[in-house]
Design a protein around this ligand. Structure first.
Ligand SMILES: Nc1nc2c(ncn2[C@@H]2O[C@H](COP(=O)(O)OP(=O)(O)O)[C@@H](O)[C@H]2O)c(=O)[nH]1
Ligand SMILES: [Mg+2]
Length: 319
């Protein structure tokens, strides 16, 4: 499959093309980056829901149950699991459960986990590319599951419109240990495993913590109790998401987000060019000459500008 066929296939929602494209993006190489950049113009229609929280709180179970409900409501759902520490094992289970519970058309759900890219920037970029691809492929709802631990995950949640932070009782005082960062990114809080003792205590502690964090605009994040493995509270989660989406539309936040994403794509593109320039010149004698000149007191920025100029001329000739 060449890039053109792949691109057209993705826009037509062809599953093989979607799978191949996600693999390209997950590789983190130039062809995947190009593909994601080309697809950006066709994205921006889906609602992107982030689901984050500590390992074991029930995020994957919630994603599974939410998907079933969203399918019942007629939505098409793209799912990304970004969890480098524990690879998503729910893929087959998800498919099976949906087939068991609903006679839905499998074609309307697509699930994929992203591998660890080794460094923060790579994983986050692959996630953004993958969201863009699923959006361009026509999935109207995209669920992105991350483990709310590191910087990469918080960064990935910045691509989501509505962020669900999932907690579970039994964390006790550990709730205090929840990073302030994760409280700030949450638009809806889900206290899952509410069949367990301590759920109400968790809700109260959470409410206390939330009252201390500065409010962002007129939205005050609701707290929803769920039992994700028994489809309890899922309608309320969907309702909270709908209300948050409505809030975003009414306050023109979706346009702002899209604008920032376009800026992000531009920044990435500039970074790519910078890296390409360096890689090119490191292989040439010019690089060594420049380094030696700088050693003997010449201005590095003059050389940097010079190298960019030469690179631009060379690429202009190629085109
Ligand atoms: N008791 C109880 N267990 C749950 C609930 N939701 C999920 N689980 C279980 O919690 C475990 C971890 O769930 P998982 O979805 O993999 O958590 P994740 O690591 O956050 O994705 C699994 O054994 C689930 O079956 C719930 O509402 N109540
Ligand atoms: Mg999981």
């Amino acid at each position: 499959m060449n890039e053109r066929t792949l691109y057209d296939g993705i826009l037509a929602g062809n599953r093989r093309a979607v799978a191949r494209g996600l693999t390209w993006i997950d590789e983190g190489a130039a062809r995947g980056k190009d593909l994601a950049q080309h697809l950006f113009a066709h994205a921006g229609k889906a609602r992107v829901i982030g689901i984050t929280g500590a390992p074991g709180v029930g995020k994957s179970t919630l994603v599974n149950t939410l998907t079933i409900s969203l399918r019942r409501l007629g939505h098409t759902v793209g799912i990304l699991a970004v969890d480098p520490s524990s690879p998503f094992s729910g893929g087959a289970i998800l498919g099976d459960r949906i087939r068991m519970q609903e006679s839905v058309d499998d074609q309307k759900v697509y699930m994929r986990s992203l591998a660890s890219r080794g460094h923060v920037g790579g994983l986050s970029r692959a996630a953004f590319g993958a969201i863009t691809l699923l959006d361009a492929a026509g999935f109207d709802t995209i669920l992105v599951e991350t483990v709310g631990a590191g910087q990469a995950e918080v960064e990935i949640m910045r691509y989501a419109q509505s962020v669900l932070v999932v907690l579970a009782p039994g964390l006790g005082d550990d709730i205090q240990a929840i990073k302030a960062g994760i409280l700030e990114i949450g638009n809806v809080f889900v206290v899952n495993k509410s069949d367990r003792e301590g759920a109400d205590l968790t809700v109260r502690s959470l409410r206390g913590l939330l009252s201390l964090t500065p409010e962002s605009g007129e939205w005050s994040p609701p707290i929803v109790k769920t039992e994700a493995d028994h489809d309890v509270g899922i309608d309320q989660v969907i309702d909270a998401i709908e209300r948050h989406q409505m809030y975003l539309r009414q306050h023109h936040r979706l346009n702002d987000l899209r604008y920032r994403q376009a800026e992000h794509v531009l920044t990435q593109s500039l970074d790519d060019i910078r890296n390409e320039v360096e890689t090119d010149f490191r292989q040439q004698v010019l690089w060594k000459e420049a380094v030696e000149k700088i050693l003997s007191g010449e201005d590095a920025s003059r050389y940097a500008r010079n190298l960019f100029g030469l690179w631009l001329n060379a690429t202009a000739r190629e085109e």
